[in-house]
Design a protein around this ligand. Structure first.
Ligand SMILES: NC(=O)c1ccc[n+]([C@@H]2O[C@H](COP(=O)([O-])OP(=O)(O)OC[C@H]3O[C@@H](n4cnc5c(N)ncnc54)[C@H](OP(=O)(O)O)[C@@H]3O)[C@@H](O)[C@H]2O)c1
Length: 322
């Protein structure tokens, strides 16, 4: 696995494919079986991966615990991104959730403990809570950097205008967004904002929760059939994308999921692979060997493009180039 610089605002070389830890545990009732967890982490590290994404709420704290146990042998070789907002509790209290400084302070201490480390490489709120003033979030994150508990800061699931305001006030390093062939609305504002501020951009759900593997076409069950919460399903738009994925998969002798990951790897960003089993991970890692031609990449770009809308469509018609 190659390393890439994590955005233009840092000198941090980071693995081009991040391992997502949301499925590493079973406290939420659905996730990796216990024996598979160290195998998934070891296989990722053996493939040259050094970048793990986790959050306090993943598996109610269990994901941070298993990641902490795993990295312990070589803590400094791993880049750990973790997040706060919802806490690790199933029903957090208002004083212990949200993005306010009291929740942030409690969350960072709890994450450090579960991760069994004295610093977090990248720390970010998990969602915009719609309440906490942006200045409070910015100041809190910067104070964590000053304290040495956090090295870099970022934001997940924030509107671009709010992220831009925060990135204008502190040296923000990271942005985490949902992005895949079936979800490209980040093309409208978030990617441009991230490029402007030199943010390392982490792409979550690169397989649209498993939809882009094509397995649901073959009658498989999985988290998209077990829970409707993810919201991904095959409709007219995603049917066209899945058809094109299957065609290109046959051309390059790979699976549709590997092609979807290879496409995500063509972006100036870091896809976060979500493996619930060792075979998911091994299958996903093969995407690193898939080389899409310019024509194949363009076909996938075209079939999955979103309308840019106002003001972008208007601006295309009125701007002149010299
Ligand atoms: N910041 C945020 O709000 C946020 C939100 C979501 C995720 N994330 C991060 O992004 C990571 C990845 O997200 P994600 O899990 O949604 O990613 P994803 O790649 O879109 O979906 C992963 C799921 O796809 C299925 N899958 C993967 N490989 C497969 C294969 N070879 N064959 C069949 N099915 C396969 C599995 O589903 P089944 O379990 O059904 O088998 C797996 O759980 C998470 O671990 C987390 O770190 C962040």
């Amino acid at each position: 696995m190659k390393n890439k610089l994590f955005g233009t605002g840092t000198g941090l070389p980071a693995s081009e494919l991040i391992l997502g830890a949301a499925s590493l545990g079973s406290r939420r009732g659905y996730g990796a079986v216990t024996e598979d967890i160290p195998k998934i982490l070891t296989a990722y590290a053996d493939a040259g991966g050094n970048f793990i994404d986790v959050a306090d709420q993943y598996q109610l704290g269990e994901a941070e615990e298993v990641v902490g146990k795993f990295i312990n042998f070589k803590r400094d070789d791993f880049i750990i991104c973790t997040k706060y907002t919802r806490s690790s509790e199933i029903a957090p209290s208002p004083a212990n959730s949200g993005n306010h400084r009291k929740a942030m302070r409690q969350a960072v201490e709890a994450s450090l403990k579960r991760l069994n480390t004295d610093y977090i490489d990248i720390y970010m709120p998990h969602y915009d809570d719609g309440l906490t003033p942006l200045a409070e979030i910015a100041r809190g994150l910067e104070d964590l950097v000053a304290s040495g508990k956090v090295i870099y800061t970022g934001l997940a699931n924030f509107p671009a205008w709010k992220a831009a305001l925060i990135a204008s006030s502190i040296p923000l390093a990271a942005l985490q967004i949902e992005y895949n062939l079936a979800q490209r609305t980040a093309d409208r504002e978030l990617f441009g904002m991230a490029e402007h501020f030199g943010l390392g951009t982490m792409l979550y759900s690169p397989l649209a929760g498993g939809l882009l593997t094509g397995k649901y076409r073959n009658g498989a069950s999985g988290r998209l059939t077990l829970s409707k919460a993810d919201g991904y399903h095959e409709d007219a738009a995603t049917k066209a994308i899945l058809d094109e994925l299957e065609t290109i998969a046959a051309e390059v002798e790979a699976t549709p999921g590997q092609v979807a990951l290879a496409w995500a790897l063509t972006k100036n960003a870091f896809p976060i692979i979500g493996a619930r089993t060792l075979s998911h991970l091994n299958d996903g890692l093969k995407a690193l060997e898939v080389s899409l031609t310019a024509d194949q990449t363009a076909r996938l770009n075209n079939i999955s493009a979103v309308t840019m809308g106002y003001p972008h469509d208007l601006l295309k018609t009125v701007q002149v180039t010299y």
